[in-house]
Design a protein around this ligand. Structure first.
Ligand SMILES: *[C@@H]1O[C@H](CO)[C@@H](O)[C@H](O)[C@H]1NC(C)=O
Ligand SMILES: *[C@@H]1O[C@H](CO)[C@@H](O)[C@H](O)[C@H]1NC(C)=O
Length: 385
């Protein structure tokens, strides 16, 4: 049963004062900025277009050093790890890049390599970001700066092989926050296997914009990104637009974002606001994430992982939201069995450590999402079907 959303008609205060001008019913309290000046963009279809109603994470074809790879597009992390075997030699890495590593504290996998500003072609869009070019991967439960597990231990927390269980989203370098029930994300994040890469394009996810390929577009189909290009993206069920325009944000509402505390630069935006209500109680404020990397959700509080509680989310505020989601809580042990008639129902719901919600990717069955990376706006557009 998909609960129908009963929108309470709000009283329009404008009708009260004598001098107040009438408010047209179509007036949007959260209009998108005027993007008339921006016309450069490109639509990149997902490889798994349609995506079976967002059952799986979306993937895009990318090219690194002339080699084609399939990249998972993840809004829940920022940054990309690429195997050095895809066209990087030691001479080049030692000369041009900085030795570095990524250590996943919850799974104990250590990825060693080089931080390297790397060109990536995403379907004709040439972009460049600070990537970790991985030269070694080792299970390292005793990891310290002085102990890099030269003699790797077999006893790791993680199960299976190194290529299937690493959490990709949280990089030790530049960690600014950790949230969302880390344990579960180990399973959700996949490390690059042969021919694959994991491409985190989210914002407010730890790493600054310099790590984000979608924040550093250089050219589109060979034409350098100029003054008519506005950094940002629009995520739909069939693909993603790179470059914000008036046309591809038509029908959206948007909220202005604040820079993150301790922001790395003037485009290091924080998460959008939302309000969460459990079982018809008070609305509590927090931050919102619609994470394409996971099918489940995380909600702050101790209720979400018990079965059958009703969770409602409104973005950006409870009285005049432009985005609204309702689903029921499902423990992990019953993943995928409760509330399945609701296209926005996450497979299960875990406990988020920070206030607010990570809806997971089923959210995109109800809304398209856009992010203006230059101006710091976040918007949603309800799907018409
Ligand atoms: C190493 O890579 C660089 C950059 O791709 C290339 O110019 C150079 O020829 C390569 N060197 C060797 C020894 O393969
Ligand atoms: C929630 O609201 C309080 C009070 O206005 C504010 O201080 C706090 O920053 C808000 N929290 C979030 C996560 O937006």
């Amino acid at each position: 049963m998909r609960r129908s959303v009963a929108l309470v008609a709000t009283t329009l205060l404008a009708g009260r004062g004598v001098q107040a001008l009438p408010v047209t019913p179509t007036e949007n309290r959260y209009p998108v900025p005027s993007y008339c000046a921006f016309t450069e963009s490109k639509f990149l279809p997902f490889n798994n277009a349609g995506n079976e109603n967002w059952k799986d994470a979306p993937t895009l074809s990318i090219t690194v050093n002339g080699r084609p790879l399939v990249a998972t597009m993840d809004t829940g992390s920022t940054g990309i790890v690429i195997d050095a075997k895809y066209g990087f030699n030691n001479t080049y890495l030692e000369k041009n890049c900085e030795i570095g590593h990524v250590f996943y504290t919850s799974s104990h996998w250590l990825q060693e390599g080089y931080w390297c500003t790397t060109d990536v072609d995403v379907g004709g869009v040439l972009t460049s970001a600070l990537a970790l070019i991985r030269t070694r991967e080792v299970c390292c439960p005793t990891f310290k700066e002085g102990d890099r597990c030269q003699n790797p231990e077999k006893a790791c927390v993680c199960k299976g092989t190194c290529t299937t269980t690493v959490e990709q989203g949280i990089l030790e370098r530049n960690i600014l926050e950790k949230d969302d029930g880390n344990g579960a994300r180990i399973e959700a994040r996949q490390t690059p296997t042969v021919g694959k890469a994991y491409m985190g394009i989210g914002f407010a996810r730890g790493n600054p914009p310099s790590h984000n390929l979608f924040m550093n577009v250089k050219s589109i189909d060979g034409v350098p990104a100029g003054s008519k290009f506005r950094t940002g993206y629009v995520i739909t069920s069939s693909g993603v637009w790179l470059g914000i325009t008036k046309a591809n944000t038509a029908g959206f509402s948007a909220v202005k974002l604040n820079l993150r505390e301790g922001n790395a630069d003037g485009r290091d935006w924080g998460e959008p606001p939302c309000y969460v209500q459990v079982n018809g109680g008070d609305w509590t404020n927090g931050t919102f994430l619609a994470d394409t990397g996971i099918p489940n959700a995380y909600v702050k509080g101790d209720i979400p992982n018990k079965e059958g509680n009703e969770i409602a989310i409104r973005i950006p505020d409870p009285t005049s939201p432009f985005g609204e989601v309702q689903f029921v809580s499902v423990p992990k042990s019953k993943a995928g069995t409760v509330g399945t008639e609701n296209p926005m129902q996450p497979t299960w719901v875990g406990i988020r450590t920070v206030p607010g919600v990570n809806t997971g990717r089923r959210f995109y069955n109800g809304y398209d999402l856009y992010f203006d990376g230059d101006g710091g706006y976040f918007g949603l557009r309800k799907k018409s079907n």
